[in-house]
Design a protein around this ligand. Structure first.
Ligand code: ADP
Length: 504
């Protein structure tokens, strides 16, 4: 243990979709202070989601100052700042005034869905996007949001063409503001979510910028996730920003998924699975996307990751709580699920907004199958929790098929990962060990490590691995026959709810 006199600190700024957080770690990895502030969600029309970029910056800056002040640490003992952020969210601002020309268009915003439908019809372009950005054309990613701002904000296109506007994801915006416009940069992991970045050649893709009509001079410089981006002057000290990564890639790094085949799943409102696939690009044949992981290697070259997401993860538990009113608190689900010996043949398919990978059926709708006179509330609660695990297992299956790699273990984090029943069932149904760490801060931990590597707190990734502590581990106990039976029922239930909206 370090003596207080030698204690040094790293500040992790975690800019999320609903709140800005600051987590201060000391050099032994201990969390010294956490300050969090929610900010306004703006819904101008159905399906549209915006944030005020100034509020993003102000809330992030104020939690940082408050965390420093409350912890009583001295600025000269801060080794560096790391930034992790909500991904894809798009901000355009005026280079001279430093003012955004429009609100941030948030990743969830569907305003460009029609535009994306047209792109999807252009098979050659869709294939080009998939091949070079690793992504499937979707309104989720930054490209069409940026195009929308340039096409819809008065005078924006002319200004952009004159080189007066800058584009950034939230990391870029924060760095630019924190350094008074001195740093205009992003990292590989964030760039790879824009649908404008060529993840094979590691450069902004000229053809895509032309296609989306984006002047390339408004795009930031792309750098390795671990390294000195520039200095923030705080209390008369220059503190380097030395680690930057998108939230999911930061969590992958925070979970020390450094080796090829390492997987993490975050169980939040939705679930996010990422697998480190090493230095070779793999194009998914099973509905996953390929993205750039947070880079830390000596040459600064990033590794690739396969990513899949479940739209309705922990949200099914919220639904059981708020709509069915079967439980009062999400954590009650574990108690009730274990009151019955099994699911009693009940399957919940939470396709509230269609089904994502590997089904990609936007016409599927949520359903409960297998009800009998013997079915009760606890069976439905149990089936709701099991549905999270089945969806994750489907993505694990897709990752195995894409990579031919076995998945012996899955590291987990996020709110619903606290549910022991769910974790054991996940282990059983995906036939993998589930490893839950002691820290609930994988995302912030990722940029703590990335920053620590850049400022010399850690020699290398092996040294980081030594800091890791396992909280609980869940090993598969289910027989192969049972696993196959459950999965076959689940897949049957999925088939039955597919194409529902379309047919009616
Ligand atoms: P997000 O970052 O997406 O807001 P969190 O990581 O905070 O999500 O997790 C919140 C989600 O986890 C909610 O959807 C909630 O229903 C679910 N959740 C929280 N605790 C439990 C639990 N003990 N069992 C099952 N689900 C839970």
């Amino acid at each position: 243990m370090n003596t207080p006199a030698k204690r040094r600190y790293i500040i992790a700024l975690d800019q999320g979709t609903t709140s800005s957080r600051c987590v201060i770690f000391d050099n032994s990895g201990k969390i010294v202070q956490v300050v969090q502030k929610e900010f306004k969600q703006i819904f101008p029309k159905p399906g549209w989601v915006e944030h005020d970029p100034m509020e993003i910056y102000a809330s992030q800056y104020s939690v940082m100052i408050e965390a420093i002040a409350q912890s009583g640490i001295h600025a000269k003992h801060i080794l560096g700042i790391g930034i992790t952020n909500q991904r894809e969210t798009t901000i355009v601002w005026d280079k001279v005034s430093g003012k955004p020309i429009y609100n941030a268009i948030v990743w969830q915003c569907r305003r460009t869905a029609d535009l994306v439908e047209t792109i999807k019809k252009d098979k050659k372009m869709s294939e080009y996007i998939k091949e070079n950005t690793g992504l499937l054309p979707d309104a989720y990613f930054s490209a069409t949001k940026l195009q929308w701002i340039l096409d819809n904000v008065e005078g924006a296109r002319e200004k952009a063409e004159r080189g007066e506007l800058l584009f950034g994801t939230v990391d870029t915006w924060l760095m630019w503001k924190l350094t008074n416009g001195k740093i205009f940069a992003t990292d590989y992991s964030n760039a790879s979510r824009t649908m404008l970045y060529n993840i094979k050649d590691l450069c902004w893709d000229k053809k895509l910028c032309e296609y989306f009509n984006i002047p390339m001079n408004m795009l930031p410089e792309v750098k390795a996730s671990s390294g000195i981006f520039g200095n923030v002057n705080m209390f008369d000290y220059d503190i380097p920003i030395a680690g930057v990564a998108g939230d999911q890639q930061s969590a992958l790094f925070g979970q020390t998924c450094f080796a090829e085949g390492d997987v993490k799943t975050t169980y939040g409102t939705g679930c996010f699975l990422l697998m480190n696939i090493g230095s070779k690009y793999i194009k998914s044949k099973n509905g996953l996307v390929t993205t750039l992981a947070a880079s830390s290697g000596k040459d600064g070259k990033p590794e690739y990751a396969l990513e899949g997401s479940v739209f309705v993860g922990g949200a099914i538990v919220q639904w059981v709580r708020d709509q069915l009113r079967f439980i009062v608190d999400a954590s009650d689900s574990e108690y009730f699920a274990t009151k019955v010996k099994d699911n009693g043949g009940v399957y919940v398919v939470p396709a509230f907004t269609g089904l994502g990978a590997p089904y990609w059926d936007m016409y599927a709708r949520g359903t409960i199958f297998g009800l009998t006179r013997g079915s009760n509330r606890n069976h439905i609660i149990r089936a709701a929790l099991e549905s999270i695990a089945y969806q994750v297992a489907d993505l694990v299956g897709a990752m195995k098929m894409d990579t031919n790699l076995p998945i012996h273990a899955i590291k987990v984090d996020g709110g619903a990962s606290k549910n022991n029943f769910l974790m054991q069932f996940q282990s059983d149904i995906s036939d993998s060990e589930i490893i839950r760490g002691t820290s609930s801060e994988s995302t912030a931990l990722g940029v703590y490590y990335l920053t620590g590597l850049a400022v010399g707190l850690f020699k290398d990734k092996e040294e980081i691995k030594e800091c890791e502590s396992v909280g609980s581990s869940f090993k598969p106990k289910m027989s192969k026959e049972d696993r196959e039976k459950y999965l076959s029922h689940w897949h049957k239930a999925v088939r039955m709810c597919q194409g529902w909206e379309d047919n009616n």
